[in-house]
Design a protein around this ligand. Structure first.
Ligand code: 5GP
Ligand code: MN
Length: 340
């Protein structure tokens, strides 16, 4: 928080502000962005939230969602103009500009003051002000802490609180990951105090599946799950045709990887999906085994020690073969990574 005085100074007068977050925003990415946007608007700033891609429909209830600008080739010129004209550019829930696709170079070259608020490992040094804390459970937790440190805690209303709650709830795996600190619980107590309907948010996010999504989950677990007991590893690979057959929408595969990780004794899980332009991979682990390192080293990705993502431009089969061939190299690390 050592940049908080500079941030206070920066936001003293109403400014043109833009906020962006990572590709395929999840609840923390969008929730922290819209929570911050709600607060900055209350302070009199003009705020535009731009996402580098679309995001799941189960996040659309958030206040401010209707004003989000989703980048596409068609609005490229408009996005470039907004970025160039912004006096302050907030970058939330990502640590490298590669995570925002086409918008990365525009932001790198932008003249506005860049403010990073993030909890991913190994942040790139591109911002002017940095609120990076890799031990924070969620970027939404950091946004809450920043608003408090600005002396504006009383500006957090239920709409802002709901957005922040969604980010913290999902990134902590509903308060079960080791990142779920005392600070997290104190924030949640405060959000309850101001009237945030926590169980409703849980339902909006987790209990909004279509029938087909649930059947897809059943199919993936029954027919596609591969368990490599000798390496405490489990993975699921999904073809583009399977996504199509189940009419899979953005966000429909979220959480699938956690089922693979929930098998007793498994410490490393992956979901490998053919997304057409690229194969996307979600990695999860328990214990010391760092999926951040694994994703960085082999699949152009990164994230956190126990949750990371990556990609491959090779076909699905080749990507799965590469993944399988790497596993034995990590045998010792995997066997000593304890799930206890
Ligand atoms: P998920 O598997 O849910 O997409 O992502 C898990 C974590 O890894 C999230 O914190 C996400 O921001 C991060 N992540 C996902 N994909 C990538 C990627 O391609 N590169 C990097 N650096 N991080 C990623
Ligand atoms: Mn996050």
């Amino acid at each position: 928080m050592h940049d908080i005085l500079a941030l206070k100074e920066l936001l003293r007068e109403p400014k043109e502000v833009m906020i962006t977050t990572h590709h395929k925003p999840d609840a923390d990415a969008l929730g922290s962005s819209l929570g911050l946007a709600g607060y900055l608007k209350k302070k009199g700033h003009r705020v535009t939230v731009i996402t580098p891609s679309d995001y799941p429909a189960f996040l659309a209830w958030m206040e401010g969602n209707d004003d989000v600008l989703v980048y596409s080739e068609k609005n490229d010129a408009l996005v470039q103009r907004i970025i160039a004209e912004s006096q302050v550019i907030f970058c939330l829930d990502f640590s490298t500009l590669a995570r925002i696709n086409e918008m990365g170079p525009y932001i790198r070259e932008a003249k506005g003051t860049k403010v990073l608020i993030d909890h991913h490992l190994e942040p790139e040094a591109f911002a002017d002000l940095n609120f990076s804390n890799t031990s924070a459970a969620a970027t939404a937790e950091l946004v809450y802490d920043v608003i408090k440190a600005m002396g504006d805690g009383d500006m957090i209303d239920t709409s802002i609180g709901e957005c922040l709650y969604a980010g913290i709830m999902t990134d902590t795996g509903s308060f079960r990951h080791p990142s779920t600190s005392k600070n997290v619980h104190l924030i949640i107590a405060d959000l309850l105090q101001i009237g945030v309907n926590t169980s409703n948010i849980h339902r909006l996010i987790y209990d909004s599946s279509t029938e087909l999504r649930l059947r897809f989950l059943g199919y993936a677990l029954k027919d596609k799950l591969v368990v490599l007991h000798d390496y405490k590893t489990a993975y699921i690979a999904i073809t583009a045709d399977e996504l199509k057959a189940y009419d899979s929408k953005t966000g429909d595969t979220e959480g699938l990887v956690n089922f693979a990780l929930s098998i007793e004794g498994i410490v490393f899980a992956a979901v490998i999906i053919d997304r057409g332009q690229a194969v996307k991979i979600s990695f999860r682990s328990v214990g010391n085994f760092s999926v951040n390192d694994f994703a960085r080293k082999h699949f152009n990705g990164g994230g956190h020690r126990n949750a990371a993502g990556g990609m491959s431009l090779e076909p699905l089969d080749a990507t799965v073969a590469k993944f399988e061939s790497l596993i034995p190299l990590y045998k010792d690390q995997l066997l000593s990574s304890t799930s206890k």
